[in-house]
Design a protein around this ligand. Structure first.
Ligand code: MN3
Length: 381
């Protein structure tokens, strides 16, 4: 039985992971679940799954959880959460926390030789160098829980990296794929939160609308698969059936296809190198008999351009990219800035940044702090 811990069990990815564990009680042993603030859902999950530990980031809710669960060890606060990753002795931990706060947990997991199923792509965007080095040094694996990277991973099994001509990352284009640049000036939060194919949390849904999500995935692919940016292309594929492709030097292309749901990538990260039979629907080629492909319009989606630039420049540029994006999306969700301002604010921040090469964890935190301060200043002006 594989011992699993879930960071962020009350979110969309965490909840879907629990569904998988529920479906295969013989395969998995859930050792802990954690949440940020949603104590009610955490309690409900703990009552059903009976993990040995639960941990809530928000310490104020500790008494409430304590009173609701009797056979579980209750922890609270971020320090407890970090210790829990090691003390609970799991085989693998799913990091499904959203936003940039997931990084230190990813580092903690890898430096203790524990495998990481990584859904918190912010970790790798802001500190790819550091995490990849930790995983090499401590013999721990980073298994992607992102449909595109899971696809690339599956297409690469049994292949030699030297034979790759290019990676083709696919993206649905989000809700504004067909909008003109003019029309994008007036889109609202409500428009941006309607994603055509995927059911996801708010932050990542906005990232899909700006296509920054694809920009992050570009940087994620660079670090996970050690492929130069010149060999990574992005193509719009509105149906989200092909999750990404690899073209090899002999002209052969491998693609990974499935229904657009996150179950498959989560499950594969947990079961690799094995596969488990699913209860979900299998793909129907006759029902889905047309697939479309389009070029990305970088003027309409400047966030992707910013990501290519930040990724290529390395250092702490992608840390700034990630944090500035987090903060501007937050402002957009609070109706403080317009949709098109998201990219502008990130671009401003990047242009003012003095990057640090080969950053350590402290450098990353200093950069996060610098970005937050820079942002506050910008808001005042
Ligand atoms: Mn994705």
């Amino acid at each position: 039985m594989k011992k699993i811990g879930i960071l962020g069990s009350t979110g969309s990815i965490g909840s879907q992971c629990l569904e998988i564990i529920k479906e295969y009680p013989q395969q998995f042993n859930l050792v802990f679940i954690t949440a940020n603030t949603n104590s009610d859902k955490l309690i409900e999950q703990a009552k059903y799954f009976k993990p040995k530990y639960v941990c809530l980031a928000n310490k104020d809710e500790y008494p409430k959880i304590k009173n609701s669960l009797s056979d579980t060890i209750i922890l609270s606060g971020m320090e407890d959460m970090h210790n829990l990753c090691v003390d609970s002795k799991p085989d693998i931990i799913l990091n499904a926390i959203s936003g940039y706060k997931g990084l230190s947990l990813s580092a903690k997991i890898l430096e203790n030789g524990i495998d990481l199923a990584l859904s918190n792509k912010e970790s790798i965007v802001q500190a790819g160098d550091l995490l990849v080095n930790l995983s090499k040094k401590h013999g721990s694996n980073i298994f992607p829980v992102d449909s595109e990277h899971s696809a690339l991973w599956q297409c690469l099994i049994g292949e030699n990296n030297n034979n790759i001509k290019r990676i083709i990352l696919t993206g649905s284009g989000g809700p504004f794929r067909t909008f003109s640049i003019e029309k994008l000036q007036y889109v609202t939060k409500e428009d941006a939160l309607k994603h055509p194919n995927w059911e996801m949390g708010k932050k990542i849904t906005i990232d899909s609308a700006t296509m920054m999500n694809k920009g992050f995935e570009l940087i994620e692919a660079f670090w996970l698969f050690n492929i130069s940016y010149d060999k990574i292309d992005i193509i719009i594929h509105q149906e989200s059936i092909i999750h990404s492709m690899i073209e090899y030097i002999d002209g052969s292309i491998k693609a990974q296809l499935s229904e657009p749901n996150m179950r498959m990538p989560i499950q594969f990260a947990l079961t690799y190198p094995e596969r488990l039979k699913t209860e979900s629907d299998y793909f129907d080629f006759i029902k889905n008999n047309t697939l479309h492909f389009e070029k990305v319009d970088y003027n309409k989606f400047p966030c992707i351009k910013l990501a290519y630039e930040a990724g290529r420049k390395k250092g702490t540029y992608s840390t700034v990219l990630n944090v500035a994006n987090d903060l501007s999306v937050e402002l957009f969700l609070k109706d403080k800035i317009k949709f098109i301002d998201i990219a502008l604010m990130i671009e401003n921040c990047l242009s003012r940044h003095d990057s640090i090469n080969n950053p350590n964890l402290d450098d990353i935190y200093n950069t996060i702090y610098w970005t937050e301060q820079n942002f506050k200043k910008e808001l005042v002006n």
